[in-house]
Design a protein around this ligand. Sequence first.
Ligand SMILES: *[C@@H]1O[C@H](CO)[C@@H](O)[C@H](O)[C@H]1NC(C)=O
Ligand SMILES: *[C@@H]1O[C@H](CO)[C@@H](O)[C@H](O)[C@H]1NC(C)=O
Ligand SMILES: *[C@@H]1O[C@H](CO)[C@@H](O)[C@H](O)[C@H]1NC(C)=O
Ligand SMILES: *[C@@H]1O[C@H](CO)[C@@H](O)[C@H](O)[C@H]1NC(C)=O
Ligand SMILES: *[C@@H]1O[C@H](CO)[C@@H](O)[C@H](O)[C@H]1NC(C)=O
Ligand SMILES: *[C@@H]1O[C@H](CO)[C@@H](O)[C@H](O)[C@H]1NC(C)=O
Ligand SMILES: *[C@@H]1O[C@H](CO)[C@@H](O)[C@H](O)[C@H]1NC(C)=O
Length: 730
Amino acid sequence: MAFNRFWFWYSTIALLLHATTLATDCPESPTLLHLSDGPYENYFYSDCDSSSHIIVTSPLPNSNLDLIGPRLLVAWPAGNSGIVSIFESQNGQRGTLGIHLGDSSSVETVAPIYDEGKPYPEVGVTSSITFNNSATLTVPILGSIRIIRDYTEGGRYLHPNLQAANQFSITTDGGATINRTWLDGATTTWLTFTPMNGSDPIRINRDNSPVLLFGAGTYSFSASFNYPQLKRLSPKQVLNQASIGLIDAQPDETNSLSFLAYSDKLLAGAWRFLTYFGRDSMISLLLLQPVLSDGQGGAIEAVIGSVLERINKNDGSACHEEVIGDFATYMNIQDHNLVSDSPTCDYKMIDTDYYLPVVMKNYLVDTEAGKNRVSDFLKTTASFLADNKGLTYEALAQITAEKIMQTSAPFAAPGGQTKANLIHLKDNQSVGEWRDSGNGIGGGRIPYDVNTALVPAALRAIAALSRAGFFTDHPEWATVADTYADVWEDYTLQFFEVVIPQTGAVSLVKDYVNQSKFPGPSQTETIQSDIKFYGLALDGGNDQPVVRVMNTDDCFRHFLLETSNQTQLSSFLSQTADNILQPFPVGLSSSVGLFVANPAYGGDPSYAQGFTRTDYHGTVVWSWQLAMMGAGLARQLRRCEADGVPVFCHDESLYRKIVAAYNHLWDLIDANKDQLGGEVWTWTYNNGFQAAPLGDFTASESDIRQLWSLTFLAIQRETFKQYRLNGSTT
Ligand SMILES: *[C@@H]1O[C@H](CO)[C@@H](O)[C@H](O)[C@H]1NC(C)=O
Ligand SMILES: *[C@@H]1O[C@H](CO)[C@@H](O)[C@H](O)[C@H]1NC(C)=O
Ligand SMILES: *[C@@H]1O[C@H](CO)[C@@H](O)[C@H](O)[C@H]1NC(C)=O
Ligand SMILES: *[C@@H]1O[C@H](CO)[C@@H](O)[C@H](O)[C@H]1NC(C)=O
Ligand SMILES: *[C@@H]1O[C@H](CO)[C@@H](O)[C@H](O)[C@H]1NC(C)=O
Ligand SMILES: *[C@@H]1O[C@H](CO)[C@@H](O)[C@H](O)[C@H]1NC(C)=O
Ligand SMILES: *[C@@H]1O[C@H](CO)[C@@H](O)[C@H](O)[C@H]1NC(C)=O
């Protein structure tokens, strides 16, 4: 169940087994990683020629067979592409076919394919697959991960015209090949199976859509494609000199990071998000910067450059997700009736813009390496999107900063502190920030994280960049952006504040336990005063003015800002600490981590229904939220060690409570080490919480490795004095 069995190889043995041709200039050993997660067995292979992630799913005795069936999936970063094959038992009975990779009598082996070819080499992976029963390959999808996700999490949707391009053939050695040439007419994906050890020859049934029939036994397989590859950053290249020791100390995390890191972008996660996502890259950079490589060709510039390349030059919006590879051609045909593989971008998110000035300032203003790179970096001309060709990074950064200055001005104006002037989701979009599932912010239109933390943090960064000589067209930003930030810091929290008197809180939690059928204790005896928190958003569904869901998004303000309104800061820290210390369903704490959402105080049954343990942003745990909360509280507590100015530093009981919350959070992080590299996890309850993969309960399976879940490489527990009174410790 947990991600608790790891195997590593750093040998070249695998290379020698199956490779058809060895690349000539691939000096580094390949990176291999095997991660087991319930019904999912994950194998990562990468070297300087290509990267592959193989996921073999085989039902376990307790698996929900509506969600878990035998499946072989291969995902490639290049072109965000891959293959999936869905198998069924020939006897038609679900749960009776088990599959595994490799020869069970020897060490699991995945080897690369590398064949010189024009214009691009054919690359991929080869291994063997064993069926414990006779099997049918019912659905093969070859091409884009986005198309594969339409099937796996989009209600088994198949694109008929893409599927029609699959070509099947039986080979003389009893094997079978499926290939599909992409919509670009140039790239092909191949999937080949060959019987081993006397297994039956593969048969084909061409009625309706063709299916392949396998006997029980072992078959070698290869999955490959001929598409331009990305330039991987090896573990040594992704880390800075001072952090090279992490390669030996934390091989799983550093290899995973390397698998997701390329010279011109970092990828969000494997396998579902194996491509550029702006928010994921920049949050990861914010948290990981102390260990990442800087300078030209380093990981920090890969992130900042990837975001600048993808700015919408017309309105300054930062790109949420890129559309590349076969899916780009598919979309260009759909939207413009144009056969072109030109990449495009999805700009529906509103939060992504605000991270950009912050990551730029943290690197280009605050570090020596960054300062030395300013002029060359800003002069770089964009080349990724056709629309941006020839524009400098400097010009693109300014367009986004202009958008941020313009949209934040009305709220900052005298008397402008109204709800209407807060930042809203884009029209016709139901999502806009990290909780981007259908009910992630309860139908709200004005998100908490964006308005109370991201906007003022971006404004502070724009002011600092301006003072450092950036944005020469707008010298006034050096002061104006700070003036705006003052207003956004001080006057936004109040819109989201929810205070529930003690007695009302007890009955709300009891109702919630009943409505949600939560099997654990209500913990209401721990409610000793009023409950206070800041709601997820304003203008929620069911006419809720504030979405009354307690949540972990306080972490953004703690991590990104050093606010100076002392009354507000003390009270804000106080309620965060309370909510971290209180057990769910009163607070956020459980033995499997902090839940990112607690809907117990909603007072309307739709809350319990909309935020469950099977919802992507429900009563579940996200690794990076734990990291950012840890880093955020540490940032505030460090202010007491530095100048000791904040008033909370001198309020003994408050200061002690914040340190206690910080240490409690770290106890939870330490107790869940096996989960931390994963994207999100949920729980079962049996005399206490047990961590469980989200994919056990919903078609949105969690990524086994997510970029922003690797941030514990840089975020560690710090020791804070128990109490500090104007510099003297008691
Ligand atoms: C094959 O594997 C499935 C799933 O693990 C299992 O339920 C079944 O009993 C196995 N069948 C045989 C013949 O071993
Ligand atoms: C794909 O398979 C078909 C049928 O076997 C074959 O004719 C064709 O040449 C293959 N295409 C490529 C690019 O390999
Ligand atoms: C397949 O054959 C090889 C050698 O021919 C042998 O080492 C291996 O154990 C066999 N595997 C299976 C699954 O029978
Ligand atoms: C929103 O949707 C409506 C109705 O489909 C459409 O008329 C309008 O142009 C859309 N607005 C935007 C900003 O896309
Ligand atoms: C629990 O909810 C049900 C309806 O869902 C209601 O009939 C019952 O009275 C509730 N029990 C308590 C103790 O509130
Ligand atoms: C602090 O913020 C509050 C609003 O939360 C405001 O009423 C108060 O005037 C501010 N105090 C100072 C000193 O700016
Ligand atoms: C301690 O520091 C606070 C905040 O800077 C200040 O208001 C207070 O007067 C100081 N107390 C002592 C005893 O120096």
